[in-house]
Design a protein around this ligand. Structure first.
Ligand code: ATP
Length: 596
């Protein structure tokens, strides 16, 4: 543990005058000081990062960026050094130590980190049922966003709150927000942040009902309001829609002018745009070198696409002249007026959409537009899928005509919910995790762990099926395994990767394994919702190449839907016949190419 002191408070000392005037001067105490050290995993003698010289001053705005090919465990190591989960050697010298600006305050309380590559929170032994949010909300799931994340903030009334979820208002004198002045300040910060992050109308919804992007915005707000002095936001743009990314960047800039708000350092992937106000970059390179300096020094000629401002639209920009139509097969899914309603809230209204064999779709819509809800109707997990028998055909049958396991064999999928819920007991290997994909289950079965019956009896149609499954396991691994993306391919063979415990992998590697799981059974329909979260550029590239025509990952009998807020994360462009379907305000329409 590198932290210098372990006192009890996160008290703010009077600010150095240079901080107030925001004039750059190195006389202010640095926020972070790592003079020239290497960074190690605890208990390891091999450095993960070496020769790190990194000093952050209060008037600088830093981003930690992984270089294109840098493996996904390197950025967490730099943040881990700040959070005390990695060793810094030699350690930053006293008296200032690692965080000179904290002086006597306790880093455990003053330094906070929030990672967004995945929503987090899961990973017990077993699988938990993430579909609970689609049904009637159970008593234990009724805790609202306000009660869960902001329990000590006063409760103004909310017009859009669902009446059933209202709790009696607390009297102002019951609210534990400390002294009057603090209370007013805290309330003002709460109002500013929840308004900027468009959370006000969600505060009295049950947590479980929030979409992924809504939950991420809430986690950002919670972290900012927890009043740390240094806040590390790792990949905060993940899962945020186009507008929300701009809003977040603007909010962080706004907060820089508020003395009570934390100093923020963002972690970004190589492909993420840098906010305009970034002044300095720590670039983590392949092999573990870290280059630090001003943005201009580190990226002299890098094109950094601007982050959109809040009023930018998500209108499709691809020229239709590039569009090369695909030869589509029969409809696998046919929606002819599908709707979903929660009490008075209408989420989907009369959706018309056909997904045909050999089609490649990009499903878009702002956070909360209903994308996950729509996909849960296709997988049969949403209870309202049963009540839409006239409007919803799944592989030419109504929902009730499918036993759920048989339906799940026909759909390979990846989603943030599935990522979080997937079991992470240490005995579950990569091989086991991929093998569960043949049947869409979560429990490896059989001697060869590809769900051949436990007594060794092969499933119908006999031994051929087992051979095919084993062949597929190796096929997806050779297309998406470490030889395609590991920075030292000779260090990790496919066989070694198959044997790794799933839970020991980085989030990016876990995402890739779950992608292999979705594809291994060659199901007719593949749903990839935020499939690339946590992956580094080499992994995304391997996945894209595999999914593109000629890559071998998808046949002409299969259809694939990708859900992503980033157009560059979609493996196909117009020239490979991608179609785009947009949800907006409960309505759905094909926006590319425009239907004739
Ligand atoms: N049980 C529920 N009760 C009330 N509202 C709900 C419930 N479940 C979902 N919602 C609302 O339905 C809307 C659609 O949520 P959904 O998760 O489908 O959005 P999404 O388009 O997938 O968003 P994201 O891009 O953030 O993942 C959200 O506004 C959500 O708050």
């Amino acid at each position: 543990m590198q932290w210098r002191k372990s006192l009890t408070s996160c008290k703010r000392l009077p600010r150095h005058p240079s901080l107030v005037s925001r004039v750059h001067t190195k006389t202010a105490l640095p926020i972070i000081n790592i003079p020239r050290s290497s960074i190690y995993e605890l208990g390891s003698q091999d450095p993960v990062l070496h020769n790190v010289s990194w000093t952050v001053y209060p008037d600088e705005a830093w981003a930690v960026v992984s270089d294109g090919a840098a493996s996904s465990h390197l950025k967490p190591a730099l943040f881990g050094a700040l959070m005390g989960t990695h060793r810094i050697s030699p350690p930053p010298p006293p008296p200032g130590g690692l965080f000179p600006f904290l002086e006597d305050a306790d880093p455990h309380r003053c330094v906070q980190m929030v990672r967004f590559a995945h929503r987090g929170g899961a990973s017990g032994d077993g699988f938990y049922d993430f579909t609970a949010r689609y049904g009637a909300v159970r008593e234990e799931d009724k805790r609202t966003l306000r009660e869960t994340f902001f329990p000590d903030i006063a409760r103004p009334l909310h017009t859009l709150a669902i009446p059933a979820f209202h709790k009696p208002e607390k009297r102002v004198d019951e609210v534990d927000v400390g002294k009057e002045a603090d209370k007013a300040k805290k309330q003002e910060l709460f109002d500013t942040i929840t308004a900027w992050l468009k959370l006000k109308d969600l505060l009295d919804l049950p947590m479980i009902a929030l979409s992924n992007g809504q939950t991420r915005r809430a986690r950002i707000a919670q972290a900012l309001l927890a009043n740390p002095r240094l806040l590390l936001l790792d990949e905060p743009m993940t899962g945020l829609d186009f507008k929300s990314r701009g809003i977040l960047v603007d909010l962080l800039q706004e907060l820089k002018h508020k003395p009570e708000s934390p100093h923020v350092i963002m972690g970004l992937r190589a492909q993420d745009p840098l906010p305009d106000w970034t002044t300095h970059v720590a670039l983590i390179k392949d092999g573990g070198a870290v280059q630090t300096g001003t943005k201009a020094d580190v990226f002299p000629s890098r094109f950094t696409p601007a982050i959109p401002n809040a009023s930018a639209s998500t209108a499709d920009s691809s020229p239709e002249s590039n569009y090369a139509p695909r030869r589509h097969g029969d409809p696998l899914i046919d929606m002819a007026g599908v709707s979903v309603q929660y009490g008075p809230r209408s989420v989907l209204s009369s959706i018309q959409w056909k997904i045909r064999a050999n089609s490649r779709w990009h499903l878009i819509g702002e956070n909360g537009a209903g994308k996950t809800t729509l996909l849960s109707l296709l997988t049969g997990e949403h209870p309202q899928s049963y009540t839409q028998s006239d409007n919803l055909r799944l592989f030419d049958r109504e929902r009730a005509g499918w036993a759920t396991p048989l339906l799940h064999r026909r759909i390979g999928r990846v989603s943030p919910e599935l990522f979080n819920a997937f079991p992470r007991r240490h005995t579950l290997t990569v091989w086991d995790a991929i093998g569960t994909g043949f049947d869409g289950t979560f429990l490896p079965k059989g001697k060869r762990r590809v769900r051949i019956a436990a007594d060794g009896t092969p499933l119908a149609p006999g031994a051929q099926e087992e051979e095919w499954r084993l062949h597929r396991m190796h096929e997806v691994m050779s297309a998406l395994g470490p030889r395609r993306w590991h920075t030292h391919p000779d260090k990790m063979t496919d066989a070694q990767f198959f044997a790794q415990p799933f839970s020991s992998l980085t989030p990016g590697e876990q995402s890739l394994v779950l992608l292999m799981r979705a594809l291994v059974g060659a199901p007719p329909l593949v749903l990839l919702d935020e499939a690339w979260a946590g992956m580094d550029r080499a992994m995304v590239q391997a996945a894209h190449e595999y999914l593109q025509d000629g890559g071998g990952g998808l046949s002409e009998e299969q259809a694939c839907v990708v859900v992503s807020h980033w157009e560059e994360e979609v493996p196909w462009g117009p020239e490979q016949g991608v179609q785009r379907y947009r949800l907006d305000g409960g309505k759905g329409e094909q926006i590319f190419p425009k239907p004739q």
